[in-house]
Design a protein around this ligand. Sequence first.
Ligand SMILES: CC1=C(CCC(=O)O)c2cc3nc(cc4[nH]c(cc5[nH]c(cc1n2)c(C)c5CCC(=O)O)c(CCC(=O)O)c4C)C(CCC(=O)O)=C3C
Ligand SMILES: [Fe+2]
Length: 451
Amino acid sequence: MTAAPEPRADAPVHTGPDAGVAPTLRAPEKAAAGVDFDVCGVMAPKDYDALLLASFGGPEGQDDVIPFLRNVTRGRGIPDERLEEVATHYRANGGVSPINAQNRALKAAIEDELAARGLDLPVYWGNRNWEPYFPDTLERMHADGHRRILTVTTSAYSCYSSCRQYREDMGMAMEQTGLTGKVDLDKTRQYFNHPGFIEPFRDGLRADLASLREELGDDARIHVLFATHSIPTSDAAAAGPRGLAADLRAQAGAEPGEEGADVYSAQHLDVAREILAGVPEAADVPWSLVYQSRSGPPSVPWLEPDINDAMEHLAGEDAETDAQGRAVAGFVVVPLGFVSDHMEVLWDLDTEARQTAADLGVGFRRSPTPGTDPRFVSGLVDIVEERLGRREGRAAAGCFPAWYDVCRPDCCTKVMRDGTVRPTTSAVDADVRGLTEHEAGTAPAGRTEEG
Ligand SMILES: CC1=C(CCC(=O)O)c2cc3nc(cc4[nH]c(cc5[nH]c(cc1n2)c(C)c5CCC(=O)O)c(CCC(=O)O)c4C)C(CCC(=O)O)=C3C
Ligand SMILES: [Fe+2]
């Protein structure tokens, strides 16, 4: 048995939206004519005939909880004790995840926005882990006559769980339903850096800082925690297209394993800075990027520090005071990793982290996620309009350009425990294995890869 590594409790502390070394992506190369994507991952506009809102899914009652958790963790070796533990989060809420109601509301908001723009594009909803499942939704869409489907997911960043796993589950659903080759199934770009995703967080941070200052006094030391989902460090290292993490490390001077040395944490740091750049009231407030909702065996390293460990480190008995001799008096938590206030937010932040703050005797605020904020909804529809060829330019804030419509070679790869690589949609992996990136641009999009 190898001992599990000590969890890291401290997070690098930053002040202000200091840009650091801005990473840039490789200069785009243009693909050969006649293909519908180029090496930069921009897909030529298509006349899509339906939208698929793709999400995680969640249980609708106590009887659904364990079957849902088995779906989520199938084949990934999450210990039963962890499932029982996570089940209690859902059980405390009547066995109901808030995520389905949130997705119904988001779907309705997208429909309204499409209608307001005169776009006649029916919206369907499907999930990875609960009803309505992808295969059922895709069969329905096909039966309703749709052949060119554009998917919008409720996941903003790049990593296996937030991007590729969606594409794989859609690829599996296409094979399972026999729709491969009969239906075009594309996916919108990851939108972590779209202004419509970022702006709502600014309002939340501004309001929560003000309210915490009102409670604690203007001189109180406040620390902002930008919280996202932890992932295995191996997933973080593999996030984004092949080679990009190495480019980032070279440009940012970060060592492997350090914050910003992988695409996942670099995207989050950049969004944190962009949120701060729009909140002058937070200019002098120290902040950190922290992680939540770790699972999996302790022997497998995940991104750290955990939010609770970081709070303890920053505000516990052994914490250091600042130059004015002040201890941390309160935390504002900005859940920048999430799209809606689902169970991971309600439990891990509003229940656990809030309790940690209470135990430490410090103030606590948790800012809202974008949810159905009109700016967020409008941003998603802007991205849809990009893909329909109805919109010039691809809005993107911060130091990364607009992300890829078509995932780049080896993007967020994960080899399954049984050694297989699963089919995907919206990617070029199979086509470029063993080829140069440029040659990849001549291969047809959407082919499946064999393990
Ligand atoms: C990056 C990321 C996001 C953010 C991006 C996005 O939003 O997509 C996310 C979202 C979510 N994660 C969710 C729930 C769960 N995630 C789990 C497990 C895992 N998540 C992972 C990563 C992520 N997860 C990983 C690497 C695992 C372990 C391996 C695996 O099994 O893949 C487990 C299993 C039990 C456990 O926690 O160990 C559950 C129940 C819900 C639904 C909440 C609700 O019901 O309201 C949502 C939106
Ligand atoms: Fe990806």
